[in-house]
Ligand binder design. Structure first.
Ligand SMILES: Cc1cc2nc3c(=O)[nH]c(=O)nc-3n(C[C@H](O)[C@H](O)[C@H](O)COP(=O)(O)OP(=O)(O)OC[C@H]3O[C@@H](n4cnc5c(N)ncnc54)[C@H](O)[C@@H]3O)c2cc1C
Length: 413
């Protein structure tokens, strides 16, 4: 970092490279890429209460390292992203309805500052920096490890089902009922995607229950909807077992696919879901006309998840909510502009429905947002100001603000 500051070089930091936005974790020939891939060690404490995890570890490797320990960590639901960027964005995990966003489980971290000093932050030392790095992005230093609290949870129940697009409306109705039922439920979690692709079934719902109980009644709004096939059969197993079905350590591929995303959280509200999905249906047909594929994703967040995240900078509203996100994937650079425009229009449609029905929320999820969205301001003026003062205290020359190539920077918020 001293050399970068002395030479005033443009730089980027990369842990897993899964950020959807160009230049957030990449830099051209004229800059320095700090690739954290080899900072991937995992150490479970002897009392098994915490695990220190190098930022370059993929979550799938972490779950494998925990296999047989009898404890779990609230990391990403997908095993593919790395711990670094995923945690810096707050993060949604399989245990979020129980213990909040992933970063809410971080009790300590190690970070390299702009002047090359290496410091630790925890609740006693540099506690403001710990707070800022539990969702406040890449503004303060290069994180080398996060220490996560573990959970005394091992075997759970999970299953994942695939559906043809003619079931999407039933799945949407079931989602609304499920969210109303699950408002006080901390053990249930779904992973949910709708697609209008008729060439092969792409809509799916994955169920996870934190006890080893097969097909618990909380998911009953979904059980009777005819599925096309199962993605994962009904299984009692731990995180390593679950991750083994999804883990693809070579992702992102070379050459990478072109992918974009919009984050549009809203309160649980039937009319907002129905109107948003109607808009998605129109836009995904427009996307399909030039060979692009769109997916609608639901990520329910209960009030207990909000409460358990209150020590992070995210400033979530205390209501039952869904961090809806829509993705688009395409191949040819000539379709870049229209793909981005479709995503922006999609986001605007969800927002205007939410506003119409009093369901709009200020929060935008960093891990699912496109770089035109105002993520850090969505944390509230007070938290934005606090994050600025912490960044200035630890990086008085503004190296991370001025020289970083991209990312969710306070200077660009
Ligand atoms: C297939 C897929 C599945 C996903 N599943 C989930 C999920 O289940 N839950 C969830 O919350 N999110 C999920 N995401 C979103 C993902 O968390 C974000 O894309 C996140 O940014 C990825 O982290 P990374 O380290 O892989 O990314 P990177 O692209 O390496 O980093 C993201 C940002 O963080 C900065 N950064 C990275 N490491 C450091 C560091 N050590 N110090 C300082 N700054 C750093 C980078 O400069 C960049 O700005 C998923 C994304 C994909 C593509």
């Amino acid at each position: 970092m001293n050399i970068i500051a002395f030479t005033q070089s443009t730089f980027s930091i990369r842990s897993g490279g899964h950020d959807f936005n160009v230049n957030h974790s990449s830099v051209g020939q004229a800059g320095v890429l700090i690739d954290m891939i080899n900072f991937n060690q995992t150490t479970l404490s002897t009392d098994k209460k915490t695990m220190t995890i190098g930022v370059g570890a993929r979550w799938g490797d972490v779950y494998q390292a925990l296999n047989g320990s009898g404890v779990s960590v609230n990391g990403a639901r997908s095993p593919n992203p790395a711990v670094g960027g995923q945690t810096l964005g707050g993060g949604i995990g399989w245990f979020s309805n129980l213990v909040g966003v992933c970063a809410a489980s971080v009790v300590a971290l190690e970070v390299v500052l702009a002047n090359s000093s290496i410091i630790r932050a925890d609740n006693e030392t540099n506690s403001g920096l710990l707070w800022a790095l539990t969702g406040g992005g890449p503004n303060y230093g290069v994180v080398t490890s996060f220490t996560y609290k573990t959970l005394p949870i091992d075997n759970m129940w999970f299953e994942s089902r695939l559906y043809t697009p003619d079931k999407n409306q039933l799945l949407l109705n079931a989602l609304v009922t499920y969210n109303e039922m699950a408002i006080n439920e901390t053990k249930a979690n779904i992973i949910y995607q709708l697609s209008e692709d008729t060439s092969s079934p792409q809509s799916f719902v994955g169920f996870l229950y934190l006890d080893p109980v097969e097909r618990p009644s909380i998911f009953r709004p979904f059980y009777d909807i005819p599925q096309h096939s199962t993605r994962i059969n009904s299984t009692i197993g731990n995180l390593a077992k679950l991750a083994s079905f999804y883990y693809n350590p070579v992702y992102p591929q070379t050459p990478p696919s072109r992918e974009y995303v919009v984050s549009m959280p809203h309160a649980i509200n039937n009319a907002t879901y129905q109107e948003s999905y109607a808009a998605f249906s129109i836009y995904s047909k427009q996307a399909a006309a030039f060979g692009a594929a769109m997916n609608y994703g639901s990520q329910p967040i209960t009030p207990s998840a909000v409460q358990a995240s209150s020590q992070t900078p995210l400033n979530l509203t205390h209501v039952n909510q869904d961090w809806v996100h829509v993705t688009i994937e395409w191949n040819s650079p000539e379709n870049d502009a229209r793909s981005l425009e479709l995503m922006q229009r999609m986001g605007e449609s969800i927002l205007s429905s939410a506003i119409r029905h009093g369901a709009d929320l200020p929060y935008r999820f960093m891990n699912d947002a496109y770089n035109g969205q105002r993520v850090l301001p969505s944390y509230g003026a007070g938290n934005l100001e606090k994050m600025w003062s912490i960044a200035q205290a630890y990086d008085p020359k503004g190296v991370f603000q001025r020289l970083q190539n991209g990312g969710w920077l306070l200077s660009r918020a």
